[in-house]
Design a protein around this ligand. Sequence first.
Ligand SMILES: [Zn+2]
Length: 55
Amino acid sequence: MLEDAVDFVCPRCGLSIRPRVRWLTVEHCPRCIALARIPVRMSTVPTGSARAREN
Ligand SMILES: [Zn+2]
């Protein structure tokens, strides 16, 4: 069961990363660092937005 799953999306190059484990966070885009040497902060996009919250 996935809860609070997020994708990390780079606003500069569009690279999207989905961590396999929840506690893993990606702060900066590895592609932009590798190619342009620019630390671009990844933005998070919730993947389970269609799923309603059950309490
Ligand atoms: Zn990037």
